[in-house]
Design a protein around this ligand. Structure first.
Ligand SMILES: NC(=O)c1ccc[n+]([C@@H]2O[C@H](COP(=O)([O-])OP(=O)(O)OC[C@H]3O[C@@H](n4cnc5c(N)ncnc54)[C@H](O)[C@@H]3O)[C@@H](O)[C@H]2O)c1
Ligand SMILES: [Zn+2]
Ligand SMILES: [Zn+2]
Length: 329
């Protein structure tokens, strides 16, 4: 599809020439029609890296610099931004997601993309970090890291991760880096479980998760991360938790009323929190993990395709034939 080339419209804007983008599980929600009213013709894509093309007067970048964007756009100056609550900024946006989160902002699965508040949203890509790795810092790896951080994973913990997609798998990797003694992933798809096992993790069907965790020797997972975004997954996560455990839901939830095991949660005195990844706040820490060689997000890439092949990539990703696709622009 041809669209107008984006231009600098505000002094804090930067236009980026995209070199790499990715398709995310979040993109599947509109793709599957789960978001009624999502505008047809929306330029998708909130995970991208590239090169500075055009710079607004107040944006601290130079043409030609390698950069990546945070998926979440925020002003960086309001009361909430100053508290680090970028997702609750009155000017919040999500690239390529129509008006689901703030005002519509064309995404990065395109040749060029306009990045507002570039002094906040855009970051330079260090020389020893590839564009492909940087794409992950702009969302999925920072999101996985945020979940592990919000769950307060500490050395020796048993951690359960519900959903072994890219977010879940990278959350498992981050949990290991944080010192988890045991990490168990749950996913209904055998290939997803095999991939998790290839990364050295235990992997079970969701229906078996609670039973493998609550045994004579063990009493559930102290930290549980739900990385699916469905009612069933959230309930599964709550059942996996140990007494006084923490469950972090990082899957995107759209449900107006989730069946909730309140009795179980009360009896175990669980903490449940929801988590939106925040690359603006976390990218420095995540970049440091990559540069130290402790996490390499490229290990979860299953397909590298050209931008022209995006329709095919979406179809295959929807059918779970693709684990994580990087689009080469
Ligand atoms: N909070 C954030 O900031 C943020 C950022 C990125 C992605 N997400 C969300 O995280 C979720 C995962 O993203 P992804 O890219 O890994 O998506 P994905 O669709 O590739 O992976 C989801 C996985 O969950 C599995 N699954 C489905 N139902 C399940 C169940 N009941 N129990 C266990 N596993 C189940 C699927 O088989 C799949 O492997 C999505 O909801 C996405 O929107 C959130
Ligand atoms: Zn994403
Ligand atoms: Zn703000």
């Amino acid at each position: 599809m041809d669209v107008a080339e984006p231009l600098v419209r505000h002094p804090r804007d930067v236009v980026v020439r995209v070199t790499r983008s990715a398709i995310c599980g979040t993109d599947l929600h509109p793709y599957r029609g789960e978001l009624p009213g999502f505008a047809e013709g929306t330029v998708m894509g909130h995970e991208f890296a590239g090169v500075v093309h055009e710079v607004g007067d107040e944006a601290p970048f130079r043409a030609g610099e390698r950069v990546f964007a945070s998926d979440v756009v925020a002003c960086g100056r309001c009361v909430r931004c100053r508290r680090g609550w970028h997702y609750q900024c009155p000017e919040v946006g999500l690239f390529g997601y129509d008006t689901v989160v703030g005002a519509s902002l064309p995404g990065g699965q395109a040749e060029f993309v306009r990045v507002p508040f570039a002094d906040v949203v855009l970051e330079r890509t260090p020389d020893d970090v590839s564009d492909e790795q940087a794409v992950f810092v702009g969302d999925v790896l920072s999101t996985a890291y945020a979940a592990v951080s919000d769950a307060a994973v500490t050395p020796g913990d048993t951690v359960a991760v519900v959903g072994a997609g890219p977010v879940g798998l990278l959350a498992a990797v981050c949990a290991s880096v944080a010192g988890a003694a045991r990490v168990v992933l749950a996913d209904p798809v055998p290939e997803r479980r095999e991939r998790a096992a290839d990364h050295g993790f235990e992997a079970v069907e969701p229906g078996a998760l609670s039973a493998v965790l609550h045994t004579g020797a063990a009493d559930g997972a102290e930290r549980v991360i739900e990385a699916v975004g469905s009612d069933a997954a959230l309930v599964c996560a709550l059942h996996a938790a140990a007494v006084h455990g923490t469950v972090v839901a990082v899957g995107v939830h759209h449900s107006a009323a989730t069946p909730f095991p309140a009795g179980l949660s009360f009896a175990r005195e669980l903490t449940l929190r929801f988590c939106v990844g925040d690359p603006i706040r976390l990218r420095d820490r995540v970049l440091a993990l990559i540069r130290a060689g402790r996490v390499d997000p490229a290990t979860v890439v299953s397909h590298r395709l050209s931008l022209d092949e995006a329709p095919l990539a979406y179809r295959a990703f929807d059918r779970q034939e693709i684990f994580k696709a990087i689009l080469i622009h």
